[in-house]
Design a protein around this ligand. Structure first.
Ligand code: FES
Length: 89
């Protein structure tokens, strides 16, 4: 089974807003998703520069094709489970 790609922004803005805590997913992922995801740290994805999307704030994480804004460890884990469940149906 192909792994779900999780791209965590490590750009300055996202890092300052808490992306470092999300990077823990790389080392301590929940057991049920650990072998189903691939964590990739990426540079600024430019979502922080999208002035039209004022309702969106970092840190930003891409779970597959879905953008998670104001991301936290829990929020990203929940999105991963949601996407994995959707892909199974
Ligand atoms: S620093 Fe993360 S999207 Fe720009």
């Amino acid at each position: 089974m192909e792994k779900l790609t999780v791209k965590i922004c490590s750009g300055t803005s996202c890092f300052v807003m808490g992306a470092a805590q999300i990077q823990a997913l790389e080392f301590t992922p929940p057991e049920d998703i650990a072998d189903k995801i691939e964590i990739i740290e990426v540079r600024c994805m430019n979502h922080c520069k999208d002035i039209d999307a004022t309702h969106r704030r970092g840190p930003f994480v891409m779970v597959g094709d879905e953008l998670v804004s104001e991301a936290t460890y829990e929020k990203v884990v929940n999105k991963i489970r949601e996407v994995l469940n959707k892909d199974c149906k």
